[in-house]
Unconditional design. Structure first.
Length: 365
């Protein structure tokens, strides 16, 4: 791989490394007793070199910088269980984790972007969502493509980023699942190899599921920001997202992947800080309107940053930098002992997937 192919990823790595050294972005240093410096001029120079001086205040670099690494909601789940709140009707949350891995855009098909594919205005991420700190329990695998036109219909600056959602073809998905414990190191190259060798459409867009990112919260759809403040007021400068289509109809109409043949309506809002990600994702049966997934009380999944990604010295492979040692065990068996995992699961009453299945069965009896 040529170094240029990872320029955007290398920039993210540089930003994260400076942030860790200086603690300038409130993400927490990897080790204590670091010297504190002001990174603003360094970051400004790096951003200008990559995106041009006229674009350093646009949203895309901020989104690419934050929307990577590992996030987990274990602490929220632990708090739920201490209050006797369990998944589904009692208002508790399932325990899940997301790993977000940036992808070089040059090997991705141009058709994944509605604008000209350029590094200055486009990005891509592969995302794995899994239950119970077990990377092999992936319940959602997506490729996200991001693009920013930076000009609104009136010709002014539009500080927004659009994001399209894609599934991958079954052969590629199986390859990725087989390397779920090594996703950070291996998935980008596996995706590239598969795309270069396959003669089929590797990515299937989820129609009408487009997401729009902005610095401005929607007063109605992001009302959870004022209702639920358990993360505290120290979290500053969030960016927010909404699923753009069909909100008034109850969400975008899709066929259920868990129950083929059944139609569901899905809605989603997100808020992203440097060290936290909130996901207000839910789905309802299209006919009965019954809730299928999400939080029954409307409380977002509040996920803390566990790790950030950086390119290794060869600039070919990503490595994790742990941000929260207390949550590092959620990244898989390489980050914990069996005894630690058992204790963590016991503290929340066991596997949340099994807990969810039991409660769903009872609700149908």
């Amino acid at each position: 791989m040529a170094f240029r192919r990872f320029t955007s990823a290398a920039l993210i790595s540089c930003l994260l490394n400076v942030s860790h050294l200086t603690n300038g972005f409130n993400m927490g240093s990897v080790r204590k007793n670091r010297i504190t410096l002001k990174p603003s001029s360094i970051l400004q120079m790096q951003l200008e070199n990559e995106y041009g001086a006229s674009n350093v205040n646009t949203l895309l670099p901020t989104l690419l910088y934050r929307f990577q690494g590992d996030f987990d909601n274990y602490e929220q789940v632990l708090s739920d269980r201490q209050k006797e709140k369990f998944p589904r009707e009692s208002g508790g949350h399932e325990h899940f984790h997301v790993t977000l891995i940036p992808l070089p855009i040059d090997f991705l098909p141009d058709a994944l972007y509605p604008i000209e594919k350029k590094e200055s205005s486009c990005g891509a991420v592969v995302a794995a969502y899994y239950f119970d700190g077990m990377p092999n329990r992936i319940f959602r695998l997506r490729v996200y493509t991001m693009y920013s036109e930076n000009v609104d219909k009136e010709g002014g600056i539009a500080d927004e980023v659009n994001m399209k959602l894609f599934t991958v073809d079954p052969v590629l998905e199986e390859k990725l699942r087989q390397e779920s414990e090594n996703a950070v190191q291996k998935w980008p190259s596996l995706i590239e190899q598969h795309v270069s060798q396959a003669n089929i459409n590797n990515f299937q867009e989820l129609d009408r599921c487009d997401i729009k990112w902005s610095r401005k919260a929607d007063t109605i759809r992001h009302s959870y920001l004022t209702k639920y403040t358990s993360l505290g007021r120290e979290h500053k400068h969030p960016i927010h997202a909404i699923m753009m289509n069909d909100h008034a109809e109850g969400g975008v109409l899709l066929e259920s992947q868990m129950m083929p043949g059944s139609m569901i309506r899905i809605q989603d809002e997100l808020s992203l800080w440097e060290d936290a990600l909130w996901i207000n994702d839910r789905g309802h049966d299209a006919e009965s309107k019954a809730m299928i997934y999400g939080n029954w009380d409307g409380v977002p999944y509040q996920m803390k940053r566990v790790a950030s990604l950086k390119l290794n010295d060869s600039h070919y492979v990503y490595e994790r930098t742990v941000i929260d040692d207390n949550l590092s065990w959620t990244m898989g068996s390489n980050f914990r002992t069996a005894e630690v995992y058992e204790a963590k699961m016991n503290a929340i009453g066991g596997s949340t997937t099994k807990m969810n299945q039991k409660r769903q069965t009872r609700s149908q009896e």
